[in-house]
Design a protein around this ligand. Structure first.
Ligand SMILES: [Zn+2]
Length: 96
């Protein structure tokens, strides 16, 4: 039996995803990229996620971290990663 049969990893999540999606939603309104097709938005999200440190946590305990100083710094990193990703993909979309 493998570890995944013995334990339930369902509540383990990368909180970076939610933060990047929330930030992306905000910036799409304030600072829309040149193209907002499915492909470009996914490229922006992937690029941004690759530039922030993963932030795995057990979702049941998530609220404990919500207002910590660490999250403020991390939020700044997420914001910058999304801004950079929008800039890069806007200037160089993967389609014509
Ligand atoms: Zn596009």
């Amino acid at each position: 039996m493998g570890i995944r049969d013995d334990y339930d990893f369902e509540n383990l999540e990368n909180a970076a995803e939610k933060l990047v999606f929330d930030e992306l939603e905000k910036q799409l309104k304030e600072n829309p990229p040149a193209c907002t097709c499915q492909e470009c938005i996914l490229d922006i999200a992937a690029l941004a996620l690759n530039h922030v440190k993963p932030y795995y946590r057990v979702s049941l305990l998530g609220k404990l971290y919500a207002n910590s100083a660490h999250m403020t710094t991390y939020g700044e990193e997420v914001k910058k990663a999304v801004q950079d990703a929008i800039g890069k993909i806007s200037g160089n979309p993967s389609h014509d």
